[in-house]
Write a protein that binds this ligand. Structure first.
Ligand code: HEC
Length: 152
């Protein structure tokens, strides 16, 4: 007799728990809006206007910057005499930019340096190239862009 009562009580508790769960599950998502409001991911798609491309770059200054920033460790670039194989061959940069279809060449190159994850060259890993946006000034990026896009 006692055991049945206890069992019944347990069943009762379980039923209440189940109902409570059901109620929480049925709460419309809008009600919880204040609790968790993650920022939209769309930030990536709307990059602010790029100051590095409105500055005039100096290719002669870009060359030593290319060396001191370690770009050659990952990139082949004949004008710099480097042969890194982790990233794309920068002698083919103009062709890659055309394929990428991300706007004018200087913009593409500048964004590739300051925010490499914005567009990842097919066949290469994302997150390997360091983000130089915080290390280089806009003028330095402009100088690198000039060095990488000067007609050879
Ligand atoms: C640790 C390796 C590494 C270093 C250092 C590095 N990169 Fe890269 N880079 C990559 C990889 C990998 C990619 C391709 C993936 C991507 O697009 O993010 C890439 C992509 C690029 C692209 C786009 C290339 C294309 O063909 O479209 C440019 C431009 C570029 N890097 C320039 C630079 C410059 C300039 C520096 C130095 C300031 C630099 N990288 C330093 C690995 C590196």
């Amino acid at each position: 007799m006692f055991t049945t009562l206890a069992a019944m009580r347990r069943a009762h508790v379980l039923l209440i728990l189940a109902l409570a769960l059901l109620l929480t599950a049925c709460t419309p998502p809008g009600r919880n809006k204040k609790v968790a409001a993650p920022l939209p991911q769309t930030v990536i798609g709307t990059l602010p206007k790029n100051p590095s491309t409105s500055l005039k770059g100096n290719a002669a200054k870009g060359k030593p910057l290319f060396a001191s920033s370690g770009c050659g460790g990952c990139h082949i670039y004949k004008p710099a005499g480097t042969n890194g194989k982790i990233g794309p061959d920068l002698d083919k940069l103009a062709a890659d930019a055309k394929k990428a279809n991300q706007g004018p060449l200087p913009d593409y190159v500048s964004t590739s340096i300051k925010n490499p994850g914005a567009y990842v060259v097919p066949g290469f890993p994302n997150g390997v190239m360091p983000n130089y946006g915080g290390q280089l000034t806009d003028q330095q990026v402009a100088d690198l862009v000039a060095f990488l896009t000067k007609p050879s």
